[in-house]
Design a protein around this ligand. Structure first.
Ligand SMILES: [Zn+2]
Length: 181
């Protein structure tokens, strides 16, 4: 049931089913990344540039997230809080009563299969970084579901294309959770 609620383009089907297999994959990924990123940093990038990239990340997420927040308010959907830091992965929206976690994934940073692209410059770095983000997303989703939470992930482009549909899916998920009680 939960799997059907996932947003489109999800990489969930490719993940390993067992925890140990995932951990192994994670370790391999980290090793690969470490080779590409000595000291976990992108060599050759100035602090200024690095800070700029970080701000781009925050800025994009924030505006998309704000739009969804405003749409939820307009739709009269309540009971959520933003960036719940006590929940694994810090969901962008968290409904405590329904135990429903909503993530808004930026297309670039989270490697959207539809519009995410790897820049030509420093391609290896970006590809490693984005792959790591995707691995983390999958791991968070799986762990939260194991804890009995419902997880919905939206791509940034889905929110841009049809905000109403995203809100409707959240409302539907809430109904589902409430009726399951
Ligand atoms: Zn996208």
């Amino acid at each position: 049931m939960l799997a059907t609620m996932r947003t489109s383009g999800g990489p969930c089907s490719t993940i390993c089913s067992s925890n140990s297999a995932f951990t192994t994959a994670g370790i391999i990924m980290e090793r690969r990344l470490r080779k590409l990123l000595p000291d976990g940093r992108f060599c050759g990038v100035s602090t200024k540039r690095s800070r700029h990239m970080a701000s781009v990340r925050g800025g994009n997420n924030k505006s998309t997230e704000q739009k969804l927040g405003m749409a939820l308010v307009r739709a009269g959907i309540r009971g959520w809080r933003l960036r719940a830091s006590d929940i694994r992965g810090r969901p962008d929206f968290y409904f405590s009563l329904e135990k429903l976690a909503i993530f808004v994934d930026g297309c670039f940073w989270h490697g959207c299969p539809r519009c995410g692209h790897i820049p030509k410059t420093r391609g290896k770095f970006w590809s490693a970084k984005i792959t790591r983000n995707r691995e983390r997303d999958r791991s968070v989703t799986r762990k939260l579901r194991r804890q009995g939470l419902m997880v919905l992930r939206f791509w940034e482009h889905e929110l841009r294309a049809d905000l109403g549909r995203c809100v409707a899916r959240i409302a539907q998920a809430m109904d589902h959770r409430q009726s399951a009680k």
